[in-house]
Design a protein around this ligand. Sequence first.
Ligand SMILES: Cc1ncc(COP(=O)(O)O)c(C=O)c1O
Length: 362
Amino acid sequence: MDFPSPRSNLVKLQTYKPNFGKSKTNNLIRLSANESALGASLDAIEALKSFSKDLNRYPPQVSDELVNAISKRYSIEKKKIILGNGSDELISILAQTFLNTNDEAIYTEFGFLQFPQAISIAGAKGVVANDVNFTANVDNILSKINKNTKMIFLANPNNPTGTFIPKKEMMRLHESIPSNILLVYDAAYSEYVVNNDYSDGSELAGENENVIMLRTFSKLHGLASLRLGWGYASEKIIDNLMKVRGPFSVNTAAIMAGIAALEDLEFQNKSVKHNLKWMSWFEKELQSLNLDFQYSITNFLLIRFPCNNKHNAQNAENFLASKGILVRGMKVYGLPNHLRVSIGNETQNLRFLEELKIFLEN
Ligand SMILES: Cc1ncc(COP(=O)(O)O)c(C=O)c1O
């Protein structure tokens, strides 16, 4: 019997599979999804307590209150903000809005997996620009541009490498591309960054009609379960995206918690401090274990394991999982010898190291 076949460009596509483990217990230490180490802001949790009042009502199509709160927190223009059901939704609708079948979209070698996924789903051609030392490279991106290029997707800092392109290079990239190419600047981890030579892309997106900056509430703000992200771009881009975005894709709970989280600067500062402290701890500990890793400006680390003995990445992932510690295997990114580990809370970090040492000693 015939089966209703999906669009032909979906046939070879793999479903995105996070590593959340198989166990049903809540005791798992989950360092596999770059989530907030300290949970969520208590103010956001409090805000959700009054949520049940209007369950029968649709959320606003665009919450002015949340847009105002974002605009105030990040000193940016209200009319250039778009809200989304996680920044993942915005990545998808960007590809669907701007890519025709014959268009090409560039993404980087070890860039965020949702980029090639969204490009393929839109039915366009993804083109890979090679990294240099696990870092996106402006010249390699520029070398891939041709008359069919319509978009460039770039996470800065990048997931899963944790590396970044400095502000000057980002400016050079933008100056070197034609104005009909849309630069998607995904700054999901920007709030963790303290480096002076980094820019989150808000300036580029605020001043140019061919740049969109993407942000999320899933990382620093710790609201991953509510699915809330936002973009910052010219009104022309926003208007077109709103034609494609689900009319009510951002729910009321996310709006309420998002506003409260933005105002809780104490929680945000505490999270950044925690991250910096434990990132340097991880660096020292990994060095003393002779494990190679990428210096990261995010809340996670990409660690390289030996490939020619039993202490390889797959065995490490399995061993840690057997101890209830989840990390992210990187085969799907073409990095079979690496694991990505998110910074957790103190107890989780210490447990991870303890088990990692046992694995390497045996
Ligand atoms: C670079 C990057 N962009 C976007 C996202 C998705 O964020 P959200 O939870 O807002 O969909 C992630 C999540 O891991 C990410 O690493």
